[in-house]
Ligand binder design. Structure first.
Ligand SMILES: [Zn+2]
Length: 486
């Protein structure tokens, strides 16, 4: 017997069966019960959240032949119900706007709409991915939507409502479908496994639910894949073989190499990932997911419930999360997302991936900059966070303990230049009355300081005597400090 994919075998037949869209289901059910049926509906939401299933259930509710009129409880057996569920009904016409974008397609639709339905109450047009229609097609559709024949209903579905013209939207009742939570997906996966007589570890169900990313269809296709290998028992071992875990050690290794600026080590880790069967696209996706987890832990704290981390990995992951700060995560995620999108359109995917790995290895870890600056300014790292933007003119507090104000005989060293992107500081507030200006010996001494040297290396910068930027007292003997090369 031919294998039926799970998504089809366990399709939803009633409003109640659609997982995770209770609000939409309730509203539609009530509208049908009270006879307030609109002539146009717009269903929005990401892929795999039940838009098409809901559209077909609505169509069956309107057209079920075993009921007197529209019903919130259509049968599952009449010709209409069965053929609508298959997407093959004569009166319920499904159009994929992605492949029928032109004005001619919609003109044809308009002409056909004038004919009465063949056997049911309504002629129903389900237009999927409606945002793909051309402008001309939208205009043609608009005319029909404005004054449709009484026997015509439209159900438009889109993953991108921004691209649907306001004129179309305003003639439809809009329903926003939510992406489905991992718990709800997990429950449905359990239900299906039970019905299939298949046992599964808790970890497997959790992973499948998380991999689905809010899409029931994706969850079921992962399940299809697993059950094609082992139809009666899904173990964590099997899952690891088929879909290596996102907390995969190699990816963790890669992130650690980034933190240490070890580009060569990071490239080797990527190479081993690819060798293990990761496609480049999947590498990008998984990496983004991992970095997101780390970022949430770094931003929201170790106890956050926003991330789903198995208990046995939590400590290690929390420790890793502290290696970068929020800005570094944002940067890495943006760069990887760009990679993930570009990889599909290029023959040089591997080179792009390698380049990204090197780029992120060379990136200055923002967390360490913040700490270093805080040390340079003699403050605590948290104090720095509060004054990062806009950056005030650097207070001329020297890095050495002999602060100018307290030890008049000491040599005040100028602070280093700020990082590249920072605008040149304005004239600073007058320094706390040093008795004399820094000279070239002072500058050399300051530049020999290990911490200052390290900072200059990090920023690829130079040391500037900010005293020179202040109004010059007549007796100054300050040195020309080398300018940074910007
Ligand atoms: Zn029926």
């Amino acid at each position: 017997m031919a294998y039926t994919v799970l998504a089809r075998k366990y399709r939803s037949w009633t409003f109640d069966e659609i997982v995770g869209q209770d609000a939409v289901a309730t509203t539609l059910r009530n509208a049908i019960a009270s006879g307030r049926i609109h002539h146009g509906y717009l269903f929005t939401g990401t892929r795999g959240v039940g838009k098409t299933s809901m559209a077909r259930i609505l169509a069956r509710s309107l057209n079920c032949l075993n009921r007197e009129g529209p019903t919130a409880d259509p049968c599952r057996t009449c010709e209409s119900c069965v053929s609508i569920a298959e997407g093959q009904d004569v009166d319920v016409i499904e159009i994929d706007a992605a492949s029928h974008t032109g004005v001619d397609n919609i003109r044809e639709l308009r002409e056909n709409a004038n004919y009465r339905p063949a056997r049911a109450r309504y002629k129903i047009y389900i237009i999927d991915e409606v945002h793909m229609l051309s402008t001309g097609a939208f205009n043609a559709l608009l005319k029909t939507l404005e004054e449709p024949p009484a026997h015509v209903k439209f159900i438009l579905a889109t993953t991108d409502p921004q691209k649907v013209p306001a004129t179309i939207q305003s003639r439809c009742q809009r329903f926003d479908f939510r992406s489905i939570g991992p718990e709800q997906i997990g429950q449905q996966v359990r239900m299906i496994l039970e019905a299939e007589g298949c046992t599964a570890d808790d970890g497997v169900v959790r992973r499948v639910a998380r991999l689905a990313n809010g899409s029931m269809r994706d969850a079921l296709s992962v399940l299809d894949q697993l059950m094609s290998i082992s139809p009666k028992d899904l173990t964590t071992d099997l899952l690891e073989q088929v879909l290596p875990a996102p907390h995969d050690e190699l990816l963790a290794e890669l992130i650690d190499r980034w933190a240490e600026h070890d580009a060569a080590g990071a490239l080797n880790a990527l190479d081993r990932c690819i060798g293990q069967g990761y496609s480049l696209e999947r590498f990008g996706e998984t990496m983004i997911e991992q970095l997101r987890t780390l970022m949430l832990l770094a931003v929201c704290g170790a106890d956050t419930e926003l991330v789903d981390v198995p208990a046995q990995y939590r400590d290690a992951i929390v420790a890793r999360a502290g290696k970068f700060d929020a800005a570094a995560y944002v940067h890495a995620i943006v760069v990887l997302e760009e990679l993930r999108r570009n990889i599909r359109f290029t023959q040089a995917g591997r080179a792009l991936a390698d380049a990204v790995v090197v780029r992120l290895s060379e990136a200055v870890p923002q967390a360490s900059i913040a700490k270093l600056l805080a040390q340079l300014e003699g403050g605590d790292p948290d104090a720095l966070k509060k004054k990062v933007a806009p950056r005030p003119a650097p207070a001329p507090a020297p890095p050495r303990p002999q602060a100018a104000g307290h030890a008049p005989a000491s040599k005040p060293a100028a602070p280093p230049t700020p990082p590249r992107a920072t605008p040149r500081p304005q004239a600073p507030a007058p320094p706390p009355a040093p008795t004399r200006r820094a000279n070239s010996d002072d500058m050399r001494a300051a530049m020999a300081e290990p911490l200052v040297k390290k900072a200059m290396d990090l920023f690829d910068g130079a040391l500037v005597n900010v005293e020179k930027l202040a109004p010059k007292p007549p007796d100054t003997d300050a040195v020309e400090a080398p300018e940074s090369d910007e």
